[in-house]
Write a protein that binds this ligand. Structure first.
Ligand SMILES: C[S@@+](CC[C@H](N)C(=O)[O-])C[C@H]1O[C@@H](n2cnc3c(N)ncnc32)[C@H](O)[C@@H]1O
Length: 252
């Protein structure tokens, strides 16, 4: 585990709207990721699998997955107990019984209680926001799922980027700085990591967004798109090029 994971960004100053708005309109990446999981045969509409979502936030991703794969059981884990409580309240309000959330720390030994109980582990928009990937993947692999599938920032080359964003309130004020990682991980190295740990099948695809996202008025972090000459769209947030990819690693 990283010496200690900084938790400020997940406990304080949370942008709750980020979690709430996805219940109403799921992100295109969530929709496309679920379609991709079907395309590659990881999930089917009639699948009856146990799926664990790590870094679930309020559970909007499992809420969406449940609409697509209603025969599965979903458990979302998050380190923010307030989000977990609100997510469970939402599921109860909606009468949904096969989506539950629990407090859990990906880096805690307690995680082992989820071992051998899940066919698949998913994790949306989380790996790149952790200090590094090795411990996170090691701990997911230790739960012994058949497969692990993630959305995050990856690069198809032998380059890892450690990116730490600091959002300041004023040019001369170092107080109230919001810091978070936007790490970009090397796909060949991630593939090798999975292989070395018994997950021999590895698939990935870039997430090519098919809608325009307007550039915000402000210059802070918020994803927008810019059209390229060939019609594809670059995704940009503040100063970072968002290299979104979906990845899937399976034992066989
Ligand atoms: C960028 S958010 C993504 C949330 C959700 N997957 C989504 O797509 O809306 C990352 C989530 O990971 C959670 N998280 C961060 N560190 C964690 C850890 N060590 N164990 C469990 N969850 C963690 C945060 O609380 C946060 O809800």
């Amino acid at each position: 585990m990283p010496a200690s994971q900084r938790l400020d960004e997940w406990k304080n100053n949370l942008n709750i709207d980020y979690f709430d708005r996805q219940f109403v309109t799921p992100y295109r990446s969530t929709v496309k990721f679920c379609e991709w999981l079907e395309d590659i045969g990881a999930m089917e509409k009639k699948s009856a699998m146990n799926i664990l979502d790590i870094g679930t936030g309020k559970g909007s991703n499992i809420y969406y997955m449940n609409q697509q794969f209603p025969f599965c059981n979903f458990l979302g884990l998050d380190i923010n107990d307030e989000l977990v409580m609100q997510g469970n309240a939402f599921m109860t309000e909606q009468g949904i019984t096969n989506c539950k959330l629990e407090y859990a720390d990906l880096y805690s030994a307690d995680l082992q209680k989820y071992k051998d109980a899940y066919n698949g582990i998913v994790s949306y928009q989380t790996l790149s926001w952790l200090p590094e990937y090795e411990t996170a993947l090691k701990n997911m692999i230790a739960l012994n799922p058949d497969w692990i599938a993630l959305t995050s920032l990856f690069y198809d080359g032998l380059i890892d980027c450690k990116i730490e964003i600091k959002e300041f309130q004023n040019a001369d004020d170092d107080l109230n700085v919001r810091a978070s990682f936007y790490n970009i991980y090397s796909l060949p190295r991630i593939e090798k990591y999975f292989q070395n740990n018994g997950y021999k099948i590895f698939k990935f695809t870039p997430f090519e967004i098919d809608i325009d996202l307007p550039k915000p008025e402000h210059n802070n972090m918020q994803t927008y798109t810019q059209k390229m000459m060939d019609g594809s769209r670059l995704q940009i947030s503040g100063p970072v090029l968002m290299n979104w990819h979906f990845i899937y690693a399976a034992k066989e």
